[in-house]
Design a protein. Sequence first.
Length: 277
Amino acid sequence: MAVRKIKPTTPGQRHKIIGTFEEITASVPEKSLVYGKRSTGGRNNVGKMTVRYRGGGHKRKLRLVDFKRDKDGVPAVVKTIEYDPNRSARIALLFYADGEKRYIVAPNGLKVGTTLMSGAQAAPEVGNTLPLQNIPVGTVIHNIELRPGQGAKLVRSAGNFAQLTSREGRYCVIKLPSGETRQILSACKATIGSVGNSDHALESSGKAGRSRWLGRRPHNRGVVMNPVDHPMGGGEGRQSGGHPRSRNGLYAKGLKTRAPKKASNKYIIERANAKKK
């Protein structure tokens, strides 16, 4: 888990910083957990472009990742750590004692040969999944459910972690990577440790072509468009475009778009971007 800077033998290599892939132990995925995925190119089911600046890119196959970790009490051995083109984190292949195989998001420090468990009886060690009510206060966690049995929805990308700070009745108070502090039901599961591949944030693609390999097409600024295409477009010569706003006229900086009576408001203790008084 480190990065290496490439020698500037070509203009595209000059600014390239990529991972070393030293933690990866297998180059071919488990066939039973892989299926094909058609790329949409930003088009919906009738062929209309609904998301701009998407398309092309290398063909990918989806790996079925287990975010529920619902095989309670069955030990599993880590067989491989693998690359996954569909996410920034690495994935780990688990062989369960009953013969089943599953992928999980690989936490930081996970090694091949480690035995993992899930369920209320599991020890609070890296890679094990427990209900929040069984995790000690102060523990660093990731892969957090929002509803019991739903599967992990929070803190899944490379290098991220949350912290269990306290308990309040049926709820646990979690500090999320965004800086938000919120309550989550104690029956929800979370995995111990932080997500692996933490050096992902240090990587630099080095050239525009690598964005194309990832399926990202060039993104046009609104200020260089015509008035018919964008509220910030048009004008003689170069223009500032006025106040930054989106394509449909909404202010882009600071406009509150969250519904004021949203049901989850009562669970949020402190907002991510709370203004300091």
